[in-house]
Design a protein around this ligand. Structure first.
Ligand code: PLP
Length: 411
């Protein structure tokens, strides 16, 4: 006899049931958004929230964008899935769009940021093995970096709190201080021949929204060139217009060998991609890597539309203008209440670091904002992070700043 389910696909469920049926690895807020439109969300009681969180830099075009709904439903009426035994038009179109818009010549499609990074790291190892032999395998990464939660990516990430407690870790991974060009140069001078790749976020997101300096990324590029190592840019959080360029590397004056992109690429539909050159991609021979869902036609059809809508001069310069507007508004709030030490970031990925008097109170700010109808994020205990939709309006930004002002006043 099959076990009977107590709720059908249409029966109502409540937020209270979460703890009864889900694994306890998240602590979601008590509010449960039910519906979204543009930069606004509503919960089950009809309470409205303005979204400065963007689903952690994912909802770059807001919620329920009519053109994304159309792209998704048009494709849903045609073809959902074929696996990689076949290819499909949306996947080829997406890869072509990504190649046209960046340095890339080849694209591997996957489903999440961690998977794109997993592919990048495996490719770097395989390419080094093919070209330079067994002794070139080291991955250089940076303290506090975040690259995902698969076993390889979480160990490459620089946050032991996420990788400790799961037994022996994969070897050949070295961490150096972020934004320390001298440390990178010194390491390469001593043991550069062992390094197969350096992976870096152009803005460390989870670590507290810390932009990489141009000198730092330049030093990585030069060391990689001098020692036949690959430079991997993890643009999972910074990509797809978030930093006022399609990809942040385009403003930093360096070109990576491999770039990973996810989050905003699907505007809320899960998809990721690893971009690289033809020469490096040649190491991914048939069977070397794969994914059942990677290149799924539904996800690719949506991502094509996202790229089309975001990769325009108007959208990207709008991100810059809105960034200034938000930073000025945040500075004004800080002048009134003196809560932040630093307001920083690139484009619409902003971080407000709490000052010594309010140390580690970022979560309290988040809760107070939510009570006032504004959704924000944190990046660690001491930084309030903002990543609103890129198409948020000027008046919505002003409204959000008023809600934040009220929230901080009440703190
Ligand atoms: N890399 C960076 C820079 C990220 O910010 C994230 C997610 O926050 C990831 C990788 C992992 O992406 P995902 O959660 O889609 O696996």
């Amino acid at each position: 006899m099959p076990k009977k389910t107590t709720v059908g696909a249409r029966a109502s469920v409540t937020r209270e049931m979460y703890e009864q049926v889900m694994t306890p690895n998240y602590a979601p807020a008590a509010i449960m958004p039910e519906r979204g439109e543009g930069s606004r969300l509503w919960d089950a009681d009809g309470k409205e929230y303005l979204d400065f969180a963007g689903g952690i830099a994912v909802s770059a075009l807001g919620h329920a964008h009519p053109q994304l709904i159309k792209a998704l439903t048009d494709q849903a009426n045609k073809l959902w899935h074929v696996s990689n035994f076949f290819t499909n038009k949306p996947a080829i179109r997406l890869a072509k769009m990504l190649c046209d818009a960046t340095f890339a010549e080849r694209v591997f499609l996957a489903n999440s940021g961690a998977e794109a990074n997993e592919a990048a790291l495996k490719l770097a190892r395989r390419y080094a093995l093919d070209k330079h032999g067994v002794d070139k395998y080291e991955i250089l990464a940076f303290d506090h970096a975040f690259h995902g939660r698969t076993w390889f990516t979480v160990c490459v990430g620089g946050q032991p709190k996420y990788s400790d407690g799961f037994g022996p870790k994969p070897g050949g991974i070295v961490h150096l201080p972020f934004n320390d060009a001298a440390a990178v140069k010194q390491y390469f001078a001593q043991q550069g021949d062992k390094v197969c790749a350096v992976i870096v976020e152009p803005v460390q997101g989870e670590a507290g929204v810390i932009p990489a300096t141009p000198e730092f990324v330049q030093a990585i590029r030069e060391c990689c060139d001098a020692h036949n190592a690959l430079m991997i840019f993890d643009e999972i959080q910074t990509g797809v217009g978030r930093c006022a360029a399609l990809y942040a590397y385009q403003k930093l004056g360096v070109v990576p060998d491999i770039l990973t992109t996810a989050k905003a690429l699907g505007g809320g539909f899960p998809i990721s991609a690893m971009l690289t050159t033809q020469e490096i991609a040649s190491s991914l021979v048939v069977g070397a890597h794969g994914s059942t869902f990677g290149g799924n036609p539904l996800a690719c059809a949506v991502a094509c539309k996202v790229l089309e809508l975001i990769n325009t001069p108007e959208m990207l310069s709008g991100v810059e203008t809105k960034s200034h507007q938000m930073i000025e508004g945040l500075k004004a709030i800080n002048q009134k209440y003196n809560v932040f030490d630093d307001i920083r970031g690139v484009g619409l990925l902003l971080g407000c670091e709490m000052n010594a008097r309010h140390r580690d109170r970022a979560r309290e700010v988040l809760s107070a904002c939510a009570d006032n109808g504004l959704l924000v994020l944190v990046a660690g205990p001491n930084v309030v992070r903002l990543a609103p939709p890129l198409n948020i309006s000027e008046s919505e930004i002003n409204h959000g700043l008023v809600l934040m002002d009220n929230a901080i006043q009440n703190l």
